[in-house]
Ligand binder design. Structure first.
Ligand code: KDG
Ligand code: MG
Length: 403
């Protein structure tokens, strides 16, 4: 048995902040896990270093399920993004170690490949519709089969989800949170225009997606879903906040546009009703924020029973460790749908060398034993932590957006 002899928390900021756990065993094997929680990174770093690491030393690193249960149930305080990101980091590192000991890529341990690769979607952004279409055409030329479309809202100075950079999008920007102003009426006018222009320019042989970032009430989301139906979107994402899972029933009653939600979920309990009542089509929870491969596999299995597919979160605040783990899981499970792929910067890729590769609109995790990703600790040390926050959203009259 590989006995855990050390576990270190590494905080680094190669362009943005990442928290990584590196576990080492007495047989010399090491494994890496991602524990990044955008804008709240140090809370997870402390949870791990102060409360989890001391409990890991001396344990059998092969006992992944038992360690998961021990950390989840044993703590008494279940769930929540900080806890579940910390548990995920341990879980990913242990799957990495198991794969290395077995000499197999993790997807083989999960049942083997169910497909040749994981279809991904890229982000086409622009301040205007024309700019977004131009970016989308660029993604098409690179072979993407699915593209997310976001554009600025006329009359609004800035829009969350619309990058200043063509290829790299980093929503967490300031030392203190910046503020965006939001108008639902203006937004609901521009998105159907964006999709009409996109179908005109790109045709019908490409999947088009859109992220609402939880900005609408259920009835407003239903309106957007209906208005987009002629353009057959692959999904609209996070149409309304989902703490109240029942809210999705109202959207569902009004539109056949597929619904995706869950990038901020951290447990199967956050989506149980959504899945069992078939109120969504894609579940966006991730191996990082939903407790690792062990728990995400459970969510995916529940979803499979109800014909819901995965469409896991894959923004840049999820490190290449999460991307690798998501690809191993996505390659293996029967109900993989699509994987978000926001490319990391060259600095991030250098700190996290990885085996996954992009070709023909798909990502493949590669065949290196384990997760096929590591952290270059010497390089990581050259990028010190820099506090950064996600922006806050307000309505035009200055109030915080309600539920
Ligand atoms: O940390 C928050 C980002 O990951 C999120 O805003 C990105 O909504 C997002 C997405 O779908 O990638
Ligand atoms: Mg999103």
């Amino acid at each position: 048995m590989p006995k855990i002899v050390s576990a270190r928390v590494i905080v680094t900021s190669p362009g943005r902040n990442f928290v990584t756990l590196k576990i080492a065993c007495d047989d010399g094997t090491t494994g890496v896990g991602d524990a990044t929680l955008n804008g709240r990174e140090l809370a997870v770093a402390s949870y791990l270093a102060d409360h989890v690491v001391p409990c890991l030393i001396g344990r059998d690193g092969h006992r992944i399920e038992d360690i998961w249960q021990y950390l989840y149930k044993g703590a008494y305080w279940r769930r929540g993004p900080v806890t579940m990101a910390a548990i995920a980091a341990v879980d990913l590192a242990l799957w990495d170690i198991k794969g290395k000991v077995a000499g197999l890529p993790v997807y083989q341990l999960l049942g083997g490949a169910s497909r040749d690769g994981c279809m991904v979607y890229g982000h086409a952004n622009g301040t205007t519709i024309a700019e977004t279409i131009e970016a989308a055409l660029d993604y098409r030329r690179q072979g993407y089969k699915a593209i997310r479309l976001q554009c600025g809202v006329p009359g609004m100075a800035s829009t969350y989800g619309v990058s200043k950079d063509r290829y790299f999008y980093e929503p967490a920007d300031n030392d203190l949170p910046s503020e965006n102003i939001w108008s639902t009426a203006k937004y609901l006018r521009v998105v159907p225009e964006l999709f009409a222009a996109a179908r005109e320019a790109l045709g019908w042989d490409v999947h088009l997606l859109h992220d609402v970032h939880h900005r609408l009430t259920p009835i407003e989301a239903a309106r957007l879903g209906k208005d987009l139906e002629p353009y057959r979107p692959f999904w609209i994402e996070d149409a309304t906040p989902a703490e109240d899972q029942e809210a999705f029933r109202l959207i569902r009653q009004h539109t056949t546009t597929p619904l995706a939600v869950g990038e901020i979920f951290n447990s199967v309990w956050d989506c149980k009703a959504l899945i069992e009542n078939r109120l969504i089509d894609y579940i966006r929870a991730t191996v990082l924020h939903a407790g690792g491969i062990t728990h995400m596999r459970q969510i995916a299995s529940l979803a499979d029973l109800h014909q819901v597919r995965t469409g896991c979160h894959g923004a840049t605040d999820l490190s290449p460790v999460t991307m690798a783990a998501a690809l191993h899981l996505g390659l293996a499970i029967p109900n993989f749908g699509i994987q978000e792929y926001m490319r990391h910067t060259a600095e991030t890729d250098a700190v996290f060398p990885h085996a996954y590769r992009f070709a023909d609109g798909m990502l493949h995790p590669g065949d290196a034993p384990g997760l096929g990703v590591d952290i270059d600790e010497a390089l990581a040390e050259t990028f010190p932590y820099a506090r950064a926050y996600l922006p806050v959203n307000r309505l035009e009259d200055g109030t915080m957006w309600s539920w």
